[in-house]
Design a protein around this ligand. Structure first.
Ligand SMILES: C[S@@+](CC[C@H](N)C(=O)[O-])C[C@H]1O[C@@H](n2cnc3c(N)ncnc32)[C@H](O)[C@@H]1O
Length: 244
């Protein structure tokens, strides 16, 4: 597989900071800095399937390409990655490759990832492999060949820097910053424009967010944006495509 991140990056020089977490309901992480949960309190794994996989036309689109590149804003606990990997193992073509590249300012420690993801027995195998491979001090670009068909790269540092230095060619984006009202950097016009520029023609995005300014930023960047029903009673979510 080719590496869509150039050899020299700011992110590679960045020492990752950590963020203060509170644990709610035993194993539900909550960021005190951003005042938000990492995923919906109903069921973050099912939310991932509805919002990020369905919203990007996955798993069906996996069969279109030999190597499929997913970008994510906000790795957090790795829940979206583990659920995507679980579905990839079931639905991906045997000779194709998945590269999941996530951009994260505050990478968690292995024991925090383990604690959060232990909630879901469905992704036990993925959690154990991820936690076993996760570095003690994640920094720079954490690049893990987790099985012969699946590679994870977590680019540590501000998403704006990481995406800027990534090579173009993303097939799908998971936009998963904290709530737009609390984490404006992850939804800015500049970052949405960068995402668009780095997306392959026909590439897509999906997000749980439905805020008007997020939709307008994505439209101004060039995406054709669609509103869909959100997860678990949420009225709307957004997804869209870069015209081919
Ligand atoms: C909603 S959580 C992501 C949840 C994650 N996708 C999961 O599966 O657990 C948002 C994440 O964005 C990260 N974040 C916030 N601002 C950022 C920035 N400017 N650049 C990169 N990551 C950022 C936070 O540290 C947090 O991990």
């Amino acid at each position: 597989m080719t590496d869509p991140v150039s050899d020299r990056t700011h992110a590679a020089e960045t020492t990752a900071a950590s963020q203060e977490l509170e644990w709610r309901d035993g194993d539900m992480p909550y960021s005190t800095a951003f005042g938000d949960h990492f995923y919906c309190q109903t069921d973050g794994r099912l939310e991932c399937g509805h919002v990020f996989l369905d919203g990007n036309g996955l798993p069906a689109r996996w069969n279109e390409k030999q190597t499929f590149l997913i970008g994510e804003l906000g790795f957090g606990t790795g829940l979206n990655f583990c659920e995507t990997w679980r579905q990839w193992k079931q639905h991906g073509e045997p000779d194709s490759q998945l590269h999941f590249m996530s951009f994260e300012l505050y990478p968690m420690r292995a024991e925090e990832i383990d604690r959060a993801l232990s909630r879901w027995p469905e992704i036990d195998a993925e959690r154990q492999t991820l936690v076993g491979a996760w570095p003690e001090e994640p920094r720079g670009i954490v690049s893990l060949a987790l099985d012969v068909r699946t590679r994870l790269s977590v680019v540590c540092g501000p998403a704006m820097d990481g995406v800027n230095e990534a090579k173009a060619g993303f097939d799908a984006w998971y936009l998963d910053g904290f709530a737009p009202s609390r984490n404006a950097d992850m939804w800015s016009p500049e970052l949405m424009q960068l995402l668009y520029d780095k997306t392959a023609p026909g590439g897509t995005f999906a997000t749980y967010a439905a805020a008007g300014f997020v939709r307008r930023n994505l439209q101004s960047a060039g995406f054709a944006v669609e509103r869909r029903k959100g997860f678990a009673g949420k009225r709307e979510m957004l997804c869209g495509i870069k015209p081919a």
